[in-house]
Structure formats: structure tokens, C-alpha cells
Design a protein around this ligand. Structure first.
Ligand code: HEM
Length: 265
């Protein structure tokens, strides 16, 4: 048991974080065209919007809460005069609400992915598996709340903060810090690290680029256009004459920048 604890919470974090970092860099370098969220909005918009908004609001809140809650040095909270008990209650309340929103949204997305034949046919194993893993992780996370309610002074939470920060500071014997916590927490931590491990092989990679690229989306988009006017000079794309593959009369396939489309048409 002691050995399993060492492996899971002393060694596995480093394997997961290394695969996350190296895997993401290698995928970005070698397979940039697969670096996307793989949107299925074109296939079925209904249910996506509501599910996606709930899921993303929830998951981003949880992500920010985990990041700040686990990785902010404890002395910062002490210096700000935030009692450990108050932080524990905030984590349970805010995390609980965000977790519930995320679960409802995520289940809508999962339902759509499994039961819409067109979306199912265009989904990879990874698309469905990562959603299932996230839902399991959410259920485990929500299941920690009643356990945390048993120690509202926040002393268990300090163990997780020390553990998470200890991993990043290479603290010797870091696994011992969580050796005696409730098994639900252990399962949640282990699955959390597994999600980090598989991250580079899934559509989750869009999280890394979303803030940078999506807000001012650039790049080329292939469109069938009737347009004969030349595009803006700096955006002048290669133009391919209509062929059997593009049978509509007076059209051509052009690669255009999405931001020039509306302006020119
Ligand atoms: C390596 C990744 C993760 C770690 C180390 C981690 C760690 C934790 C810890 C220690 C708690 C208990 C906080 C407390 O009550 O003191 C917790 C709670 C929770 N986690 Fe995670 N977690 C991870 C990933 C995730 C993910 C990916 C999700 C959702 C998709 C999630 C959802 C939740 C929820 C809903 C709670 C309960 C509310 C809360 O206390 O914030 N966790 N997590």
C-alpha cells in the first residue's frame, strides 16, 4: 500500500507532467493541423450551444479554482488573512456550483456525441473517451465535497496544497503528504494526473491555444465563392479554377482569410 502510494503520488505526477509538456510540444511541432477543438457545430448546433456553454463555464471556473487554490503558496493566504476554513468552504461552494454546471453541460455534450449518428460517426475514440474521463473526474470531485464537509477547518486541504506545491518544488517524500487522505481524494488525484497524461493526445490541446488564437482567429479557410473581385493584396490567395470537383458554374475554390470574407462580400 505504501509502495502504491509512492508510485501514484510521488512518481506518477512527474510522468504525467513530462508527457503533458513534451507531448504537447511534439504534437504542436509535428501535427499542427490536428491541433484543434474538432468542432462538430456544423453537424448539429442545437444542444451544442447550451451544453458547451455550461461545460466551459464550469470547467474554466474549476480550472482557475484548482490552479489558484492548489498552487498559491499557503503563506500568501495567511498574509492576506484568509482563514483556512474560509478557503475550504469557498472551494466546496464555488467548486460545487461550477462542478454541477459542468456536469450538466458535459452530459449534454456526451449524449449528443453518443446518440447523434452523424456526430458519433465523425468522433474519434479519443473525442468520446476524454469526455467520459472528464465526467468521471467531475463525479469524483463532487463526491469529495461531503468528505470535505467533515473537516471544515481546512486541514485536509492544506495537505493537498502542500502536495501539489511539493511536486513542483521536487520536495522529497512528497507522496507521504497525502498518504492518509480519504480514498475518494486519492482516486480524484490519480484520475486528474491521468487526464494530464492523455491531454496532448486529445482535443483538449485547444485549451493551450484558445486564448491566443481563437480571440483573433487567423488562418486560411477554403470556400466556394462566386466572387470575381480580387482579394486584398496582402490576403491574395491561391485560386483554383472550378473543376469536376467543384461543379457549380461561375465559382472557384479559394483559400481566403476568414477576416476578409465579410468585408469583401
Ligand atoms: C491533476 C488534476 C487535479 C487535481 C490535482 C485535483 C485536486 C482536487 C482536490 C485536492 C480537491 C479537493 C479540494 C478541497 O476540498 O480541499 C478537488 C475538488 C474538486 N475537483 Fe479536482 N483536481 C484535478 C482535476 C479536476 C478536474 C479535471 C475536474 C473537472 C473536470 C475537477 C473537479 C473537481 C470538483 C468539482 C471538485 C469539488 C469542488 C472543489 O472542492 O473545488 N478536478 N480537486
Amino acid at each position: 500500500m505504501q509502495l502504491l502510494n509512492q508510485i501514484l503520488f510521488g512518481i506518477y505526477p512527474y510522468i504525467a507532467l513530462s508527457v503533458l509538456a513534451l507531448g504537447s510540444v511534439i504534437r504542436f511541432d509535428r501535427e499542427q493541423y490536428t491541433w484543434r477543438s474538432g468542432s462538430s457545430q456544423l453537424l448539429r448546433r442545437k444542444q451544442l450551444v447550451m451544453g458547451s456553454v455550461l461545460f466551459h463555464v464550469g470547467v474554466l471556473t474549476i480550472f482557475a479554482g484548482h490552479f489558484v487554490g492548489l498552487l498559491t503558496p499557503i503563506w500568501v493566504f495567511d498574509a492576506l488573512g484568509v482563514p483556512h476554513g474560509a478557503k475550504q468552504i469557498l472551494a466546496m461552494a464555488a467548486g460545487g456550483v461550477a462542478g454541477a454546471l459542468c456536469l450538466v453541460g458535459g452530459l449534454m455534450l456526451l449524449h449528443r456525441r453518443l446518440f447523434d449518428p452523424r456526430i458519433r460517426a465523425t468522433s474519434s475514440f479519443g473525442d468520446t473517451a476524454i469526455l467520459v474521463l472528464l465526467m468521471l473526474q467531475l463525479i469524483l470531485g463532487l463526491a469529495t465535497i461531503p468528505v470535505s464537509a467533515g473537516h471544515l477547518d481546512g486541514h485536509e486541504m492544506l495537505k493537498f496544497m502542500n502536495w501539489a506545491q511539493g511536486v513542483f518544488t521536487f520536495r522529497p517524500g512528497v507522496a507521504d503528504l497525502v498518504a492518509d487522505v480519504h480514498p475518494i481524494f486519492k482516486a480524484h488525484l490519480a484520475l486528474g494526473m491521468t487526464i494530464l497524461l492523455v491531454f496532448p493526445f486529445t482535443r483538449l490541446v485547444h485549451m493551450l491555444s484558445a486564448p491566443v488564437w481563437y480571440l483573433n482567429r487567423r488562418g486560411w479557410q477554403l470556400v466556394r465563392t462566386r466572387r470575381t473581385m480580387p482579394l486584398r493584396r496582402e490576403a491574395a490567395p491561391p485560386t483554383y479554377p472550378a473543376t469536376a470537383a467543384a461543379p457549380l458554374p461561375h465559382t472557384s475554390i479559394q483559400a481566403v482569410r476568414p477576416d476578409t470574407l465579410k468585408a469583401a462580400e
